[in-house]
Design a protein around this ligand. Structure first.
Ligand SMILES: [Zn+2]
Length: 390
């Protein structure tokens, strides 16, 4: 038995322990990361040169300015403007294989143990590539990285809201056809306003009928009705963002009761002005309500972030204590689109490792699960009221 650790901070000060170096060591997940927004800047530069594509940038610095939205972003529309530039060099199989491999390599380097990479094959056909070839190319890159690093991956295919429902249906067919090869879910991305998800419901029916998973970008920039559609028309098993879910209490309770996880992307939400500052994000409120919140990058390059950075920022903005931090880390594994047995194994392995690392700095003899901790503190999760909004 190791001697009992002395708590250096009070519970509400523990967030200070969660530094970049410390968090980097912990096993993590990334369930919401866009392939085309997460390549290395250097790779973007190399690919453009090799393919003779003009990106309108003299050097890496000016290229960074063009594709990393940061402070200059005013809306989701602004954020999405970086993508056509990135897509210019992503119309060939080799490029897709390379960026998929490098993304998994970068994630593994910061101890992401499970990652679901999403992208839309519809956006990679400008050079004559077939959609199925692009999927093969991405899977090939990810599988190669899995051979070399301790990371497991899956692919999520995204329909695009502003494209016709027929295109979504084509993608839905592919999400079904590639299920055995590593495609784990179907998603709908793009501008929410004016492009309701329910228009694409045939695609969702198709996917659900074949027992394939569904996640939907919803409640990011547009209001909570978008989440209602995602859950009740599209059968979403997870929600991308869900930032505005708190606007409908009844729906929020439903999402809590059915353990539908939220793929929260904090930095991205600040950049697209969905929230003004990180601490204005409802993350803490959701966590306290018992929502299954997960932390994700959205786009590593465009948002200039990593999973580690997102966790550190969350700990700081919402003053997470070690019970909460551990709970959110584990939520990522709990929410994975993995077969149940594999998921149980992944959660257990992560738990052992997380507790060993937390044990270096926090007293582990009283480490109980978050719900128990809240009970001990005399603040159990509020019980759902029936109904909410009529
Ligand atoms: Zn996204």
């Amino acid at each position: 038995m190791s001697p009992k650790k002395i708590r250096r901070y009070r519970l509400n000060e523990e967030w200070r322990e969660f530094t970049d170096l410390y968090v980097r060591r912990m096993p993590k997940t990334d369930l919401h990361v866009h392939l085309d927004g997460s390549l290395r800047l250097r790779t973007l530069w190399d690919l453009a040169r090799a393919q003779g594509v003009r990106l309108g940038a003299r050097d890496l610095r000016s290229l960074r300015k063009k594709v990393q939205v940061g402070e200059n972003c005013r809306s989701l529309g602004d954020y999405l403007r970086a993508f056509p530039i990135l897509l210019k060099v992503l119309q060939e199989e080799d490029a897709l294989t390379r960026i998929a491999y490098e993304l998994a390599e970068d994630a593994a380097a910061e101890n992401v143990r499970y990652m679901e990479v999403r992208y839309s094959p519809l956006l990679h056909v400008q050079g004559g590539l077939r959609m199925s070839d692009s999927i093969d190319a991405v899977l090939q890159g990810l599988k190669a990285a899995e051979q070399k690093y301790p990371i497991r991956t899956g692919v999520i295919l995204c329909g695009i809201r502003s494209m016709t429902p027929d295109r979504s249906l084509e993608l839905a067919e592919l999400a079904v056809a590639y299920r055995a090869d590593g495609v784990v879910a179907f998603d709908l991305a793009g501008q929410e306003k004016d492009y309701p998800a329910k228009k694409h419901r045939e695609a969702f029916y198709r996917v659900l009928n074949e027992n394939q998973n569904v996640t939907v970008h919803a409640g990011e920039a547009f209001d909570v009705r978008s989440i209602h559609q995602a859950v009740h028309y599209c059968g979403a098993h997870r929600i991308g963002h869900g930032t505005r879910l708190l606007e409908d209490e009844g729906l929020m309770n439903y999402v809590i009761d059915h353990r539908i996880p939220l793929e929260v992307c904090l930095t991205s939400n600040v950049q697209t002005r969905v929230v003004r500052r990180m601490r204005d994000h409802p993350f803490r409120f959701y966590l306290d309500k018992g929502l299954r919140v997960t932390i994700n990058t959205d786009s590593r390059l465009v948002s200039n972030t990593t999973v580690t950075r997102e966790f550190v920022r969350a700990a700081r903005a919402f003053h997470l204590n070690h019970y909460e931090f551990r709970h959110v880390l584990l939520n990522g594994f709990r929410a994975a689109f993995l077969p149940y047995a594999a998921k149980v194994r992944a959660v257990r392995e992560a738990l052992l490792e997380i507790d060993t690392i937390l044990g270096e700095r926090f007293p582990m003899d009283d480490l109980v699960i978050l719900q128990d901790w809240r009970q001990l503190q005399g603040k159990p999760y509020a019980e759902n009221r029936a109904g909410g909004k009529a």
